[in-house]
Ligand binder design. Structure first.
Ligand SMILES: Cc1cc2nc3c(=O)[nH]c(=O)nc-3n(C[C@H](O)[C@H](O)[C@H](O)COP(=O)(O)OP(=O)(O)OC[C@H]3O[C@@H](n4cnc5c(N)ncnc54)[C@H](O)[C@@H]3O)c2cc1C
Length: 457
């Protein structure tokens, strides 16, 4: 029989959420053990240097509003690197050409992203009635307030770019809580935005123009440093937890390799479907709700090209592609425009995203077929005369990439919280709870740790 290892807390999952929870607990003097199914820390965060190209398998950047990440960077003594200033510009592929998106709300007046009719429709926003239901899809909400064109030309590609999702499935209050709050409190987005700007409490950070950050060695620098701050002997990789049961003093966990652990607290820092499987007997209600959280698949395709082969200044973050353009490509990040050192001299690195809610079948294809389609789509976007010849390629396929905050998401979160009240020593954190962005994951990891360090009495 394998020995049973004991710790005050076991954190399952070494993505950014679990690493943050473990780091905070260790900092507070708790004995914490981290158990990860994969072979490396970081979860979705993986930076890879090959042939002079530095690629990201998952996330690329975090903004200057990510206060908790920036605070941890200070503690870990690592310096984030801002993207090149041209990254503020974003492009939209509309009616067969790339157009720069407005960077300020007033630029909506001149943007070719909306027709004159679409712009006039924006003026009606303050007169549209407040939503009376408890939930509404992003598409329905924005269509009512801002018109169909805003949904098709702006919201749809934006949502595809972030969630690989569908505007008609995602819940507005869960995905854009600020817009919901503005409408519900002030009766209109315009009035709500004005009121929030006037509030003296607005932090200095919020008033600064948006900047994006990563690290010279990629985002993995952050998760590696979190991991390095933990005692290595307390971190186990290649061990998937398959069972949790209640004991007299807490919980007993078992991994697929037969390793056993006992602990008082368990932090589940794993995707919702994995948490659902582990909680099946402990909390069938929480497990049922967690199992209903849908994840969309996504393929990330990195291509290196000779700079001279791309007939565009690439002076921006990248481009988004609305569904109405009928290209399966969701968008591309012009990675070497954000960080010029990420491609060898004379070359560029473009990271494309394909699949998502509208083309789930693509994630079932072999990489060469996906790459062929992405190349074809990029040729149309850049209008190249000759077929594009990449100097480098790499494809990562996720069958379950991003949790979808579909209609009813907030009620589901409440139901999970209620169900787990019977298990106050089981703590959840991760990107399916209150935000998919990296800083929201960090906040959820810190909150899980805090509920162990300072439990409610
Ligand atoms: C392609 C892509 C691009 C993105 N871009 C951005 C971006 O630019 N900016 C941004 O802010 N966000 C971005 N995101 C979102 C962000 O990357 C994620 O929300 C975040 O990384 C999730 O971290 P996590 O720790 O919650 O989960 P994960 O990173 O998924 O980590 C969970 C870990 O749990 C482990 N695990 C699962 N089950 C078990 C088990 N039973 N036992 C042990 N271990 C287990 C897994 O192996 C995994 O390592 C992107 C996401 C994707 C997919």
């Amino acid at each position: 029989m394998p020995n049973s290892l004991t710790a005050e807390t076991i954190v399952i999952g070494a993505g950014i959420s679990g690493l943050t929870a473990a780091y905070r607990l260790h900092q507070a003097g708790h004995t914490v053990r981290l158990v990860e199914a994969g072979l490396h820390p970081g979860g979705l965060i993986r930076s890879h240097l090959e042939e002079g190209f530095l690629t990201e398998a998952g996330p690329n950047t975090f903004p200057n509003t990510a206060t908790e990440i920036l605070e941890l960077c200070q503690q870990l003594k690592i310096r984030p690197k801002a993207t090149d200033c041209k990254a503020a510009k974003r492009y939209l592929f509309l009616k067969g050409r790339l157009i720069a998106l407005p960077q300020k709300p007033w630029q909506a007046i001149t943007t070719p992203a909306l027709s004159i009719g679409g712009k006039l429709r924006l003026l009606q926003e303050p007169f549209k009635p407040r939503t009376q239901t408890e939930d509404i899809s992003v598409g329905a909400f924005l269509e009512k307030r801002l018109g169909r064109e805003v949904v098709d030309n702006l919201a749809d590609p934006f949502i595809s770019g972030i969630y690989a999702g569908n505007v008609n499935d995602l819940s507005l209050p869960a995905v854009f809580p600020k817009l919901w709050q503005w409408e519900q409190s002030a009766g209109s987005l315009l009035k709500g935005m004005r009121q929030s700007k006037k509030k003296k409490t607005q932090s200095v950070v919020e008033r600064q123009p948006m900047r994006l950050f990563s690290f010279t060695g990629g985002l993995e620098t952050f998760t590696q440093e979190l991991y390095r701050a933990l005692p290595p002997e307390n971190c186990l990789f290649g061990q998937s937890v398959i069972h949790i049961e209640v004991t007299e003093t807490g919980y007993k966990l078992q991994t697929h390799q037969g390793e056993q652990f006992t602990c008082r607290h368990v932090v589940l820092a794993i995707p919702a479907h994995s948490a659902a499987a582990l909680l099946k007997t402990l909390s069938p209600d929480a497990s049922h709700e967690l199992a209903q959280i849908h994840y969309n698949g996504l393929a990330v395709v990195h291509f290196g090209f000779n700079r001279a082969d791309i007939p565009h200044p690439l002076d921006g973050f990248g481009c988004l592609i609305p569904r109405r353009e009928k290209l399966p490509l969701l968008g591309a990040i012009w990675a070497s425009s954000l960080f010029p050192t990420r491609a060898p001299e004379g070359q560029v690195l473009l990271s494309s995203f394909i699949g998502g809610a509208h083309h789930p079948e693509i994630c079932g294809w072999h990489p060469p077929k996906i790459e062929h389609l992405v190349l074809d789509n990029l040729q149309r976007v850049f209008k190249t005369r000759e077929p594009l010849q990449p100097t480098y390629s790499q494809t990562i396929i996720y069958n379950k990439a991003i949790p979808q905050y579909n209609l009813g998401h907030l009620a589901k979160m409440q139901a999970i919280e209620n169900a787990l009240q019977k298990h106050p020593h089981i703590h959840l954190c991760g990107n399916y709870l209150h935000g998919i962005a990296l800083n929201e994951c960090v906040k959820s990891g810190l909150a899980a740790a805090e509920s162990i360090i300072t439990p409610l009495r």
